[in-house]
Design a protein around this ligand. Structure first.
Ligand code: NFS
Length: 643
């Protein structure tokens, strides 16, 4: 890999950091080479202390762990535990949002309120809660209580499963994998994969599907839907992205992590006149809040707050010397930040009781005193401004349009009165749009930063495939300029460009953070329900991809997409490749079970080829593989049609 990134701001700062001997994620990644081949293939087991055990991938002994576990059992258990880890992270986030909605409903003095009543009523309807002639607080309290039950339920099914097409629900029912309670499925996954329990890789992965569905249609969907109620459903707005959004003259505060419960309050606090005045009294021109990772996506989508970068840019943001405080909550936060911050004046502030870092200042953020806590954090940053030394802010920044929630897409396509997915389905049927791909997930220093996302998306839109994005992948493509309507003419195929120009949308739609992948599930369900493209998600000409994945959360997302019927390709590699039996199961046999299956393809051109072939295969099956233009009937033709 010649360059670490395709992003000039990253390469510039890395060069400077090298001279300062400042260690970053790329240096530590190099120090790990050569990587453990057993671990990379998923072949080591440390689930009990008779081990650790590993299977020899060459076929020589040992071919079994001390307990007798085979390669496929070990690989399955490791993979399933990654699903459980990812599902736990998304779902614990969802739980906090539900608790905050309950607080907002029951406590008028709390800093939170119910912003989107339409969405509240919509969610209440799905949950079977009466919303007529009741106050929004009453409805919200019942919604929050009902979804909170979803976590601890032992039987039945998680509520939002109902949003899936009926054929899909029936398939899950036949397979016995409808998630009952979110916590229950995660606990059972950990139980089954502990020493001496489930030794059938197929059975392990069936529960892996159930656990992942409890994330996608449970924890993540709860997070998204309830965040929309609390903070507003996103609609298209303009923003900016990359390290160039940092200001030379303002107090720069970066919020990094995942839960908008914190970041929304920081947005509010940063607009307080008294704090802006304080910043000015310290010699700054104002307060500049910017985000990193998914919390950035959340506040970009709802407030247009700029994004400083994706996961691999967190240390680099500090190394600009221009950040007064890096405020973090949970997930994707590197502990190394503490060391990097020591080299600058930057104050690292942890806020969650679940996530502390040695060397950071801990300012506990609780929902109860949210705004007060947020103000305290902002004040801390302002007071640090006079300690700023030399700064080196890269020039790179790019405009983007974001905020394509499922509701916004419907509105964009059809307006208030006839908004639906019919126009999208029509354009897929007439072949202007060949299909839809969700390109999501992380960045990983094992490959050139941002390259996989950008090259894949470029290839897909050139082939008339509409791309929907979330997470760090969306940030990568935003930096490349794909998230602007103008990019349709520049990069998209003729058919897709025509549709984009007619509607005024970019060919790449930013739908939010990683929990917002649930928006894609709902959009796919709607496409299937509308008709014309089959009856189930697995009939649609769609696919999913995570070209630079790294997190357990990505594995859970991949598994729930597959279990929902979507062909899903991961780049880099998957830690399952030590067992051919297991690979055959998730790459091939899964299709018969779920209608969707996994694939692993590190070569981005080939990955694009797999997605395009899959979409063509689905189009052929639907009988829409030949481009058909709609016939505009004149009166004579119409009369000819009459019997
Ligand atoms: Ni998703 Fe978001 Fe980024 Fe990966 Fe991490 S921030 S929740 S896990 S690295 S996309």
């Amino acid at each position: 890999m010649s360059k670490k990134s395709i992003d000039g701001s990253v390469n510039h700062l890395l060069e400077n950091n090298k001279q300062k001997s400042l260690e970053t994620v790329w240096d530590r990644s190099d120090q790990q080479k050569p990587r453990c081949g057993f671990g990379e293939r998923g072949l080591c087991c440390h689930n009990c202390y008779m081990g650790p055990c590993r299977i020899n991938p060459s076929g020589k002994k040992p071919q079994k762990g001390v307990c007798g576990a085979t390669a496929e059992v070990i690989v399955a258990r490791n993979f399933a535990r990654m699903i459980a880890g990812g599902a736990a992270a998304h779902s614990d986030h969802g739980r906090e949002v539900a608790k905050t909605l309950l607080l907002a409903a029951n406590n008028p003095d709390s800093s939170y309120s119910i912003k989107d009543v339409n969405k509240l009523n919509k969610v209440a309807k799905v949950l079977g809660i009466c919303f007529q002639d009741r106050s929004k607080e009453e409805i919200a309290a019942e919604v929050a209580e009902k979804v909170l039950e979803n976590f601890g339920k032992q039987d039945g099914e998680v509520s939002f499963i109902k949003m899936a097409p009926e054929t899909r629900q029936a398939r899950w029912g036949q397979l016995g994998i409808v998630p009952r309670g979110i916590d229950r499925e995660i606990v059972e996954m950990m139980h089954r994969t502990t020493m001496g329990v489930d030794h059938d890789h197929r059975n392990i992965m069936l529960h892996g599907a159930r656990t992942a569905l409890a994330d996608g249609w449970g924890g993540s969907m709860i997070a998204t839907e309830l965040q929309d109620i609390l903070f507003g459903t996103p609609s298209p707005l303009r923003g900016q992205v990359n390290l160039g959004v940092l200001s030379e003259t303002d107090v720069n505060i970066i919020v990094h992590g995942h839960e908008p419960i914190l970041s929304e309050m920081l947005v509010l606090a940063s607009q307080e006149q008294e704090l802006i005045d304080l910043a000015k009294s310290k010699g700054a021109t104002g307060i500049n809040l910017a985000g990193i990772c998914c919390t950035a996506n959340e506040i970009l989508l709802r407030h247009g707050v700029p994004i400083a970068g994706n996961i691999l840019q967190q240390e680099l943001a500090v190394s600009t010397g221009a950040v007064e405080a890096m405020v973090v909550d949970v997930q994707c936060i590197m502990p190394s930040l503490s060391e990097v911050c020591k080299c600058y004046h930057t104050q690292l502030i942890t806020t969650s009781t679940k996530a502390k870092i040695e060397g950071a200042k801990h300012l506990e953020f609780t929902e109860k005193n949210a705004l007060k806590n947020a103000k305290k954090i902002i004040k801390e940053a302002i007071l640090n401004f006079p300690n700023r030394g030399n700064v080196d802010i890269p020039k790179e920044k790019m405009d983007l349009i974001a905020g394509f929630s499922h509701e916004a897409i419907i509105y964009m396509l059809g307006g208030t009165f006839r908004g639906s997915y019919v126009p999208l389905n029509d354009n897929i049927i007439n072949g202007r749009i060949k299909g839809v791909a969700g390109v999501v997930g992380c960045c990983n220093p094992k490959v050139t930063h941002d390259q996989g996302h950008v090259s894949l998306v470029e290839e897909l839109i050139a082939n008339d495939i509409l791309v929907v994005q979330t997470g760090c992948s969306a940030i990568a493509c935003a930096k490349a300029g794909f998230l602007l309507p103008e990019s349709a003419d520049k990069y998209a195929g003729k058919g897709l460009a025509e549709v984009c120009n007619a509607v005024g949308m970019p060919p790449v739609l930013h739908s939010g953070s990683c929990v917002d992948n649930s928006r894609i599930l709902i959009a796919l369900s709607e496409m299937a329900k509308i008709g014309g493209l089959g009856k189930d998600i697995s009939d649609l000409p769609v696919a999913g991809a995570a070209p630079e994945w790294m997190s357990e959360k990505a594995i859970s997302i991949g598994q729930y997409f597959v279990a929902s019927g979507v062909f899903t390709v991961f780049g880099i590699g998957l830690p399952v490749q030590g067992s051919q039996v297991f690979c055959r199961h998730i790459f091939e046999e899964f299709e018969g079970l779920f209608g969707g299956m996994w694939a692993a393809e590190p070569d981005i051109k080939k990955m694009a080829g797999l997605i395009i072939n899959h979409i063509n295969k689905k189009r052929e099956k639907l009988g829409i593989s030949k481009a058909k233009e709609r016939v505009l009937y004149d009166m004579e033709m119409r009369r000819g049609l009459e019997v």
